[in-house]
Design a binder for this molecule. Structure first.
Ligand SMILES: NC(=O)c1ccc[n+]([C@@H]2O[C@H](COP(=O)([O-])OP(=O)(O)OC[C@H]3O[C@@H](n4cnc5c(N)ncnc54)[C@H](OP(=O)(O)O)[C@@H]3O)[C@@H](O)[C@H]2O)c1
Length: 262
């Protein structure tokens, strides 16, 4: 079995890679293909995981670049590497009002969180369907369940991931291929720093979960073939409650949570 994990140089993706490499959680032997931009960090992860007896291939690639997913797919095809499990984890957020946000930050989020995820799914799915076997996990967020003032594009990209994944899971229900949408809430990784949300109310006052615990929830969800999994009971309650409250109120609360505090 070979697992492809995007965004595996750190954070949740790295923790997922460790879980797939670990015998303790995992009776099946998994080899790994790990993708991220930083070649040096990927090399470190590979050295660490190879010591556990799994084969690790690393590919340093900026997946926000439109040709990158096809480049990755072609390289693996050429090398005869079959992907049994695809984990679309790489993603980033950018904080700030949309009117002031640089084009690069807006389009970069769409290119990585939406375009690359969709393109990788398009490329790797047909062979899974043909084999009547395969798993795809798309990492969304609890941000998927409501609009997010001050991170409008990020929240919208994650709503796309949720909607796309649930629809796909339904289309594939008789094929032997499962699609899992995994939704972490605030998690201690480099995400908050890159997004510029370290001082937001959610990260500063409401608390974030450790990345290893979140990854374990994701690992279990994909291996069980669950269509939707939300990490953390408190995150599950928040995601459900937004379904019954007036949308304007939900949006206002979402803004309050994202606002910066001293
Ligand atoms: N942390 C949270 O609070 C949180 C909450 C909900 C959902 N999520 C989601 O969880 C997923 C993982 O995030 P994380 O928290 O683990 O963040 P992270 O610590 O910043 O890790 C992101 C990973 O993606 C890689 N990456 C970023 N941009 C990339 C690009 N253009 N091309 C290829 N790889 C790229 C990064 O490596 P390089 O920098 O080396 O490229 C890194 O390996 C994301 O989809 C995020 O939206 C996070």
């Amino acid at each position: 079995m070979t697992v492809l994990i995007t965004g595996a140089s750190g954070g949740i993706g790295y923790e997922l890679a460790k879980l797939f490499a670990l015998e303790r959680h995992n009776p099946v032997h998994h080899n790994l293909v790990l993708v991220a931009r930083s070649a040096d960090k990927l090399a470190q992860v590979a050295t660490e995981l190879q010591a556990r007896g799994v084969k690790v291939k690393t590919i340093a690639l900026d997946l926000a670049s439109p040709p990158a997913p096809k480049f990755l797919f072609d390289q693996l095809q050429r090398e005869g590497i079959v992907i049994d499990i695809l984990i679309n984890n790489a993603g980033f957020g950018a904080y700030g009002e949309f009117a002031q946000m640089p084009e690069q930050a807006i389009l970069g989020q769409i290119d990585l969180n939406v375009r690359a995820l969709t393109e990788l799914t398009r490329l790797f799915l047909p062979a899974m369907v043909q084999r009547h076997s395969g798993r795809i996990m798309n990492v969304a967020s609890t941000a998927a369940f409501q609009p997010g003032p001050l991170m409008a594009v990020y929240y919208a990209t994650k709503a796309y991931v949720l909607s796309f994944s649930e629809a796909l899971a339904n289309e594939l229900r008789h094929t032997g291929v499962t699609v899992t949408c995994f939704c972490p809430g605030a998690t201690h990784t480099d995400f908050a720093k890159r997004a510029g949300v370290e001082n937001s109310r959610i990260f500063k006052q409401l608390g974030a979960m450790p990345a290893d615990k979140v990854a374990l929830d994701g690992y279990r969800a994909v291996m069980e073939g669950r269509t939707l999994a939300i990490s953390g009971a408190h995150n599950w309650i928040v995601a459900q409650s937004s379904r019954f409250a007036p949308r304007k109120m939900v949006t206002a609360v979402s803004r309050w949570v994202a606002e910066k505090v001293q």
